[in-house]
Design a protein around this ligand. Sequence first.
Ligand code: ME8
Length: 516
Amino acid sequence: MPARPRFYITTAIPYANGAPHIGHAYERIATDAIARFKRLDDYDVLFVTGMDEHGQKMQQTAARDGLTPQQLADRTAAQFAAMGDVLSAPADDIVRTTQERHRAAAQEIWTRMAAAGDIYLSKYPGWYSIRDEAFFDESELTEGSNGQKLAPTGAPVEWVEEESYYFKLSAYQDRLLKLYRDRPDFVTPEKYRNEIAAFVERGLTDLSISRSTFDWGIPVPGDSKHVMYVWVDALTNYITGTGFPDPDAPRAKFWPADAHVIGKDITRFHAIYWPAFLMSAGLALPKQIVVHGFLFNRGEKMSKSVGNVIDPFVLAEHYGVDQLRYFFLREVPFGQDGNYSHEAIVNRINADLANDLGNLAQRSLSMIEKNCGGKLPAPAELTEADVALLAQAAALPAKSRAAIQEYALHAILTEIWRVVAEANRYFAAEEPWVKRKVDPVRMQTILYVTAEALRIIAIVTQPFMPASMAKLLDLLSVAPDARGFDQAEAAKALAPGAVLPVPAPIFPRYVEAEEK
Ligand code: ME8
């Protein structure tokens, strides 16, 4: 048997100086959905996330809160671990940059970059933003109302003048431009690739990669007065996750990663610095930097009872985990910015989930329970309408596979819900409740065809709403080992005669507190 293809996917590693917010939840859910999709499509998947626990920002926040940086890191790491559980988005591993295994990986990559002649000690003053943990060029700065100089992100910068190790980033300009030319999908969507390529074309300066005025970081090999620049440290987490530098580590074969899923504000670090570091260290480059947009709370106010709407725990508790996952991945075209509001979430829950999919399942399964003795009926000869609906459902896996190549998660859900709408039209037009009296054999066929369409819809929707689709597949008596994408075809159709459990609603309507 040929080995299953491997797929290694990561999220950015959140800064450990603050609690999880909706942006973190969004990234985690999207990455989890991709990982689940690949698993269901029989890939050998490794899904790694982590925590970015070093740097000046951590040291400052901890001091402000009266904690040691490690205490702050531990507290935040526990919150993020809980977020992964709550959102049904479990990772295979969580790389914390304060772990010993990560220190070893970061020091090894540094040593390799130094051996390649790409690191030198020097002293150039520059403008540093602690919030971004990045230096900025004078030409990039703007001035705030009080005369304070600001980074392009709006964060204040301070003048830093200390001896530092530098990475010869300028020497990588041509190699990076060649990379973007040779592998045009290295950064996706294209818009971000173009931004990055234009930035690199304007010229790169060498990068300060160590600090000596604080000590919350990984010591520079051979010079412990310095700690590594937090981005050298943080980016390396992606290879720590594969057991680097041990070539025989069980996960070593997962490098290079297939996808680093990140938000648009950190493309520069991932699409310029990271490949340059890897080239310097003689390591393979990840296949793709997959960039998502930002989520904003715009327009209408969130429901009062939701309270702090930034908090993913509150949102999941209030709307339901699968409902939130569906909303994020359906509403926001992946790669673009998006808005969320109470009204938009409720609209998706009630229209797409409760009405379109939930009602169809409930109505058809209840009819089977009442009129077919709780057993899946056998279909008689299929009409054109039956064949058409089943063909649309059977086309979903191939269409979804094509869309996931582009990480077009919203396009997959749009296509699935087009078939859900078709199934609703079919059900309404065929009127099985009328056929029940006049043509019970035809009623059985309609109910069978609807159930089979629901089976395929549920299989392909699993990556997005795992718990609800598990429920629906249970209601259809689909065995747990018959839920992979390879099962979503006519040859694996539901077996007539199967006993179905008593149907129960999958998606309750959202009812406003004041209506309750
Ligand atoms: O950047 N909408 O950590 P972070 C969508 N430690 N995504 C958002 C968002 C929003 N409103 N706000 C943030 C860091 N994000 C570094 C990463 S990786 C080696 C080091 C995304 O906690 C953001 O773009 O500020 C990033 O991908 C992730 O959340 C973590 O952000």
